[in-house]
Design a protein around this ligand. Sequence first.
Ligand SMILES: Nc1ncnc2c1ncn2[C@@H]1O[C@H](COP(=O)(O)OP(=O)(O)OP(=O)(O)O)[C@@H](O)[C@H]1O
Length: 768
Amino acid sequence: MPSSARTGAAQAPQVKEAEIAAEQSLVDAAHVRLDEMREEAQRMLQEGFRQSQAGTKSSLVDRDAMVYQAALRAQALNVADDGLVFGRLDLAPGASVGPAGLGGPASADPGGPGGPAAAEQHGPLYIGRVGVRTREHESLVVDWRAPAAEAFYRATPEDPRGVVRRRVLHSRGHRVIDLEDDLLQPALVDGLTVVGDGAFLASLARTREGAMRDIVATIQREQDLVIRAPADGTVIVRGGPGTGKTAVALHRVAYLLFRHRRRFGGRGVLIVGPNQRFTAYIERVLPSLGEGSAALRSLGDLLPGTAATRHDSPELTRIKGAGSMARVLRRAVTDHPPGAPDLLTVVHAGVVVRLDRPRLDKIRKQVHQRVHGAVNTGRRKAADALLDALWERFVEIGGLVDAPGIKRGEFTANARDQLGDFLTAWWPIRTPDQVLLSLADPGRLGRAAGRDLTPSQVGRLAGSLAHEDGWSYQDVALLDELDSLLGRAPRPTRKVREDDPYVVDGVNILTGEEVAEWEPEFRELTTSIERFERARRVDDEAEEATDYGHVVVDEAQDLSPMQWRMLGRRGRQATWTVVEDPAQSAWEDLEASRQAMAAALGTAGTRRNKRPLHSFELTTNYRNSVEIAAVATRVLAKAVPDAVPSRAVRTTGHEAVVSLLPDGTRPTFLHAARDAVIDLLGQVEGTIGVILPLGWPQDPWDVPDRVQLLDVLDAKGLEFDAAVIVAPEEIAAQSPMGLRTLYVAVSRATQRLTVLTADPAWRETLTT
Ligand SMILES: Nc1ncnc2c1ncn2[C@@H]1O[C@H](COP(=O)(O)OP(=O)(O)OP(=O)(O)O)[C@@H](O)[C@H]1O
């Protein structure tokens, strides 16, 4: 909570117990009502489905509206049971709450349970994960996202917003176990008991179980400003490690979906994190807030059917991530495909007409100019262009004289019949993988490279495409670019025109499909429940939405220009929330990345079409202990000398351990790391991360599951109770951004940090 008068530590234990018991009865009542509301929502759902069976004329519309609302409601009520009610506000006599200190506007959420409190509040206001109303529709608990709850996060002694006492209820399951009060207007405290023992700080010190939790009960004022920032344009959030950027971005999604369900629920919200470990780490947060509909993806699995399995070396990352790769790939797509024939021959009325490679290349170029972005469906245009060129050639070589009386229509029909096999080889339907792998041929890549890659870069890139196994994170952005250049493979047309000239003997020579047996497989999605269902099926590749209403980008400082292009394609009309810490950036050319980001976000345009930009800075580090933050600050001073470190708030009394090893060999490091882990297993109850330089073997150790071995790029955004950093000297030297990467590594731990180095100078740097 924001700074405020905190009193009452000297209260007798019975006073607190009595207060807890009083709050417990409200919490119990809220749970009873929540269960009833869940049952009501289920009943509504069933009723909607029953009506859909009824077969009356209006049943589809009725079913649609009813089931859609009920499904939304059931989903929203499915919040974590832990801490259903977590806050209470006691107001000054006559005061009311809302964004401007008065009663807030009605909730914009059509199906949202509970909604905001009435404009005039009598008695205390309870804040919870979801709004709960009595059977008589009186507000029992206000949803934390409703305007009336804003004061809970924003009131300060300087600006109390009518609040006298703010109380945080800490629960385990349905049971209230602790209370913590803040007094905002001590002069008005009349009759209110004040208890508290710094439970917020205690909550920060809790053991980490390996998955991120929501922070809904303890959102801080500076964080709340971001969460409730305007829904238009772009919100950019910057802050050091552990300042809650990820937590805030996720709570903002829950807020936007609650307040603007129609706008964002329909088009969908996409959340993108750096890697799969990270998405697994944060995946429980939104469901615990009753939001299951946002799509959560890592940069490695944004393209359906593709999954990155590795990081590239810094050098290859630089080559593949540069924006100029977009031009290289465009040339690759328009180049003569591998195995495409060099000569087209047709015979008509005894006249042989040939198109040779230079002529064919010219036609290919012209067709590409016309089918930009839809190469795979451009075969019909390619066929038309070839037929035109054949006719021109026929005329040119005197065909009309050799075979007098020939009409163009006859010629074309005959030539078309001879085109089939040539066409499929000359204008093949290709996948992004095929095109990218074709660039393992240095000659082909060299042609595509133009002046965008140096000969040595061509060698490096072709070599890596030829030899590396599986796709890297940067490869996925290249594949996605190719996907957008190639477009979809042609789909069967729903109605086959019998006179389609490209249907020859029941086969469409453009697609190779047998026309006679075509059954249109897809149908229109007509009802909003079907759209709702589709939005929920985020794993369904075929149905995946590609243009979202809102896009959240986490760890944005690391994105290459090619990755920004990939994201930009998913949010052409979107509003955005971008969170980043430039001091943690692994991407070297920050300026190029900034420009690519502005293009993706639509903030780069002229003044007229520029979208609004709201920037925020978070300044308090809630993750690291003061002792660990001190080490991180020393690394930061080396990495980004003019950066201002964030402020840690919690001391543990445990200084970081920096051990100097006798030699710098890997066996020595790994041996020492194992010893450190054994020590730490006895010191912390939760997770331990062993963070290695890039490219070190990560063979599993015989240790409990709560110990994770990972390389430094996979550690992005994660946190552990204890961390062991192996060979900071190597992490720092691995790339020009190595110091910033090391800053990421040393800022992962909440309680204990052990650093193992063989370099006395590094020991000095980290300890003084
Ligand atoms: N208001 C809060 N109340 C309780 N815990 C909080 C609060 N804000 C942040 N935290 C906790 O602090 C930790 C760090 O938060 P988070 O991971 O969102 O930080 P970050 O800024 O994204 O860090 P990084 O830049 O290292 O990725 C998390 O455990 C989060 O739950």
